[in-house]
Design a protein around this ligand. Structure first.
Ligand code: RFL
Ligand code: PHB
Length: 393
């Protein structure tokens, strides 16, 4: 038996891109159905990003889901950078008049799911075998299976918000798409612990033993990362070893006040830069990690998903409210112009701060010179601040 349903926009994926798009469309009276492969518990427990640009916060406001974000989010005016034990600060507010907000992607996801389920429309959890059909036609559709029953969802448009491993990007015709990729020869080992953060702001540290980052989720929850080998085994990193390594790499004068505690999550993630162009074909539009990946060093992944959603939503509103399709036709070019700049910034931050070259090599000297330049130049710090706090969209 096959059940057939209809909606205006069929959205694949209940990550931040899919959920934010659905919410913004609802605000403008446009219907959608979200198909999500995983369970609600799984999606709400996933630990990921933590830093929101002002533009992302504004979109959450526009979506009417920013109350808790404003209550609990931590507004940061800048970041600290430690180079071989010497610490300096980049002041976003002073240099570019902007701030960032520390609020977990997990919390943002929970807020968006709660709003959706309060009457916005369905999220089909654990939708199996989602497949796209007729993206070149005016009536594309999505098929999926739920609890053994086959369903078809007929829509006007499909939004592929299903992340890097989803089914949307492979549905673009191979002859018309092109991908660009760079992998890095290291990963990040991350831990989450219910201990107070070691500093009021994030600390990015470049050290002879490798990069590390001190971040946070709240005044009582810390998130730390260390550069590690790609094949690193979590079993080889008991908590005590992680804390010892963080103390060495984050060490500075005065030293940060690192409070140790049991980890509540520990994982290794590879670093990757990836862009698939174009981000649309026929009636299929990709947004977020489905179309591009950045290494986490610049804290851009979630924020890029948000800016894609902004452009796509604006284009769909123009279609439904004004019967104007120019913005839809330009979606990929518009989104990619911002994506490439964020790719460049994330690649640059990654290459600047990680241990990549032998100590005595020319490349290591270039890295030191660039870090020294950043530490002492207002112009260099302004460029970092402008990109980290987020280019306009
Ligand atoms: P997501 O979050 O991957 O969501 C995609 C959703 O689609 C579902 N899905 C499917 N559903 C139906 N059918 C299928 N066939 C499906 N295949 C997949 C998935 O289950 C999932 O629910 O993509 P989205 O929405 O584009 O959001 C992107 C962000 O999640 C990502 O860019 C950020 O988390 C990246 N990132 C960071 N971004 C920042 O802006 N600031 C940060 O500080 C930051 N830190 C990070 C990060 C990512 C990390 N990891 C683990 C990759 C730190 C880490 C460690
Ligand atoms: C995080 O808190 O998870 C985080 C913060 C900044 C980054 C990456 C990750 O650059």
């Amino acid at each position: 038996m096959t059940t057939q349903e209809r909606t205006q926009v069929g959205i694949i994926g209940a990550g931040p891109a899919g959920l934010l798009l659905a919410r913004l469309l609802r605000v403008h009276g446009i219907d959608s159905v979200i198909l999500e492969a995983r369970s609600r518990d799984y999606v709400e427990a996933r630990i990921r990003a933590g830093v929101l640009e002002q533009g992302t916060v504004s979109l959450m406001e526009e979506a009417g889901v920013a109350d808790r974000l404003h209550r609990e989010g931590l507004v940061h005016d800048g970041v600290e950078i430690t180079v071989a034990g010497r610490r300096f600060r980049v002041d976003f507010r002073e240099l570019v008049g902007k701030t960032v907000t520390v609020y977990g992607q997990t919390e943002m996801t929970k807020d968006l799911i709660a709003a959706r389920l309060a009457g916005d429309g369905p999220i089909v959890w654990e939708a199996a075998d989602v497949a796209l059909h007729g993206i070149d036609s005016e009536q594309p559709s999505l098929s999926y299976r739920l609890a053994g029953v086959d369903h078809t969802l007929v829509c006007d448009f499909i939004a592929g918000c299903d992340g890097f491993h989803g089914v949307s990007r492979p549905a673009l015709p191979a002859t018309k798409s092109r991908t660009f990729e760079r992998t890095y020869p290291f990963g990040w080992l991350g831990i989450l612990a219910d201990v107070p953060p070691c500093s009021d702001e994030l600390i990015y540290a470049s050290h002879a033993r490798g990069f590390s980052l001190a971040s946070m989720r709240s005044p009582t929850r810390s998130r730390y990362y260390i550069q590690c080998a790609l094949d690193e085994r979590i079993e080889d990193w008991p908590d005590a070893r992680v804390w010892d390594e963080l103390e060495l790499r984050l060490g500075s004068d005065p030293p940060p006040r690192i409070t140790r505690g049991p980890s509540i999550e520990k994982s290794v993630a590879p670093l990757r830069s990836f862009v698939s162009t174009p981000m649309q074909h026929g009636r299929l539009f990709l947004a977020g990690d489905a179309a591009h990946i950045v290494p986490p060093t610049g804290a851009k992944g979630l924020n890029l998903a948000a800016s894609d959603v902004h452009y796509l939503c604006r284009a769909l509103i123009a279609h439904y409210e004004k019967r104007y399709d120019g913005l839809l036709a330009a979606y990929s070019d518009t989104a990619l112009a911002r994506v490439w700049k964020a790719e460049r910034f994330s690649w640059w931050m990654t290459m600047l701060l990680h241990k990549l070259h032998p100590e005595e090599s020319f490349e290591a000297q270039m890295q030191r010179a660039e870090l020294d330049y950043l530490a002492g130049s207002r112009a260099a710090q302004t460029a970092l601040a402008e990109n980290y706090a987020g280019l306009p969209f």
